[in-house]
Design a protein around this ligand. Structure first.
Ligand code: COA
Length: 535
């Protein structure tokens, strides 16, 4: 065993300050998460209940095996937009009859469960997770279809929802639709494209056009039941495979469907694992409130990997990036974690080598971000920082073992890419409340803008703001504040640039759930399929 030694002084004022700041950020995020939980608010929740219906989260809970975790995804979707936080949909990974599944559930208390642009992004992300990890997809449907005022944002890209369902099916990844209420127009293709469907007596409404539209189109008089009720679809159209008498019965039938799927994981459960030697609670006190101060990521690794046991790779070479092997909930992982923030040539080459090794051994990679990006300056440009950064990006982009990314602190510039940021398709990406991500730090960005504005004014022979210092300071402060707010985790999570903002104390659990999910699909490294490494 190579057990990490911790130098974290939990009695120090720094630790107390870092912890206090993290707790404040967690409390703020808790307030935002509570908005998603509240759905459409009291009025609509009460009306929904008065109709004898279960809430979206209650449906999910009943579907899951008792006392098993649900890894909720993108709970802050739509944060900072004109739409309610949570985007009128619940998505996540949970265990049904012993099978890990992706579950999506419309929240009918939010604008009739209608899909806005963020709902669409959230649903498509859930589909992608099902596809990449070969997890069955269960859709709990009750939706007013497209959010009509925003139809221009969703109509064209929204077709991907139904495309995904049939592609999942073609890839032998089972899909199940349980229709609790409205599922009309385009929404009718959710049951239409799913492998298995359950509909509920006098509740499910599945038709291409409702009675008013039919009247308009053909003059025919009709009603909901004869056009698209569960009884009709079970007896006549054949769209309903299972006829349920109420919501509980429908959920029970969905569970029976999953029990009979014969869906097998590519890799078995690795068995019991040792907990870390250090308390996960201490993860609260590691990241400084001001990200300009570095921290040792080994302190994080020591609190998330099995037995705090970590075999470091090339510890003396490129020390600003820590790389090494460990196990996490029994699964082997390679860890890449930023130490001093900046990535130099040596760090980039070390990362490229390490990623290749993980691919040779079929070992998933965990990226722990705290980077300000690749080093700039004459010495580094002459030393080949571009081509070395390119090697790292080449390696990460073409690596095929599963990648899990956690943004602990800064994740700026191309460093975000090299460390497997969102565009590099990590299987999962979570942020801590302390994370910040942008093209560069807010201060640097404001400074760069100011220098560019000065140069531009000079080129035109114009004076750059008469009041010189004052005007410039105001501009800088404004830009800084804007970039700061756009770098924060709630903002980025709202735009689906991560899969959620997590409590640092949950990191091991979240990564463990993700590792279990990714091992449903075969874990296979790329064999020689990298781009040309520029030497
Ligand atoms: N787009 C935008 N807003 C919608 C919406 C949609 N597709 N569907 C419902 N809403 C809004 C309603 O206007 C209402 O807003 P308000 O409370 O501020 O007035 C709120 O969501 C709740 O709708 P309500 O009709 O009161 O809820 P309900 O539970 O009784 O009925 C539906 C839900 C979905 C059956 C019903 O709203 C409906 O038929 N919507 C239109 C469905 C449709 O044709 N969609 C187009 C498909 S492409």
């Amino acid at each position: 065993m190579t057990v990490l030694r911790s130098a974290l002084d939990v009695a120090s004022p720094e630790y107390a300050a870092h912890r206090a700041e993290m707790l404040t950020k967690l409390a703020d995020l808790g307030t935002e998460h509570a908005k998603a939980l509240a759905g459409g608010g009291e009025k609509y929740v009460a009306r929904h209940r008065a109709r004898g219906k279960l809430l979206a989260r209650e449906r999910v809970e009943l579907l899951l095996d008792p006392d098993t975790p649900f890894l909720e995804l993108s709970p802050l979707a739509a944060w900072g937009s004109d739409y309610p936080v949570g985007a009128s949909m619940v998505t996540g990974i949970g265990v049904v009859e012993g099978v890990e599944c992706v579950i999506t559930a419309n929240d009918p208390t939010v604008r009739g469960g209608a899909s806005n642009p963020w709902t669409l992004k959230k649903a498509l992300r859930a589909n992608q997770i099902a596809y990449e990890n070969r997890l069955p997809l269960i859709s709990l449907v009750e939706s007013g279809g497209a959010d009509l005022p925003s139809q221009k944002e969703i109509f064209i890209p929204g077709g991907a929802l139904f495309r995904d369902l049939t592609r999942l099916s073609a890839a032998q990844i089972p899909t199940v639709a349980v229709v609790f209420g409205n599922s009309t127009a385009g929404g009718a293709y959710v049951p239409g494209m799913s492998d298995h469907t359950v509909m509920i007596r006098e509740r499910s409404k599945v038709f291409l056009g409702g009675p008013p539209l039919v009247k308009m189109a053909t003059g025919e008089e009709s009603d909901d039941e004869s056009l698209g009720g569960a009884e009709m679809h079970a007896r006549h159209s054949g769209l309903a495979d299972h006829f349920a008498v109420d919501e509980t019965d429908a959920i029970h039938q969905a569970r029976r469907i999953v029990a009979r799927l014969n869906h097998r994981k590519a890799h078995g459960d690795p068995g019991p694992a040792d907990p870390p030697k250090y308390d996960e609670e201490e993860l609260l006190g590691i990241v400084p409130g001001d990200l300009k101060f570095p921290f040792d990521p080994r302190e994080v690794v020591a609190r998330i990997v099995d037995g705090s046991d970590f075999d470091e790779f090339k510890p003396l070479y490129g020390p600003s990036l820590v790389t090494g092997w460990a196990r996490l909930h029994g699964y082997p992982v390679g860890v890449l974690a930023n130490a001093q923030g900046v990535l130099f040539s040596a760090e980039s080459q070390k990362a490229a080598q390490f990623i290749q090794l993980a691919n040779q051994r079929d070992i998933p990679l965990v990226f722990l971000h705290n980077t300000t990006g690749y080093m700039v300056g004459k010495e580094y440009e002459q030393g080949g920082i571009i081509k070395h950064g390119a090697m790292m990006i080449n390696a990460v982009a073409n690596s095929t073992v599963p990648h899990l990314s956690v943004l602990m602190g800064a994740s700026y510039g191309a460093g975000h890419y090299g460390m497997c940021g969102r565009a590099y398709d990590p299987r999962f990406l979570f942020a801590w409340p302390s994370a910040k991500s942008a093209v560069m730090g807010p201060q640097q960005l404001a400074g760069v803008l100011s220098i560019v504005a000065r140069a531009s004014a000079a080129a035109k022979g114009q004076p750059y703001i008469d009041k010189a210092a004052d005007g410039d300071a105001a501009l800088r402060a404004m830009v800084e504040a804007q970039i700061e707010s756009e770098s924060l985790p709630a903002f980025l999570s709202g735009r689906l640039y991560d899969d959620g903002v997590i409590d640092p104390r949950d990191t091991r659990t979240v990564l463990g759930l993700c590792l279990s999910a990714v091992h449903t699909a075969p874990v296979e490294g790329v064999r020689g399929g990298f781009g040309v490494f520029r030497m």
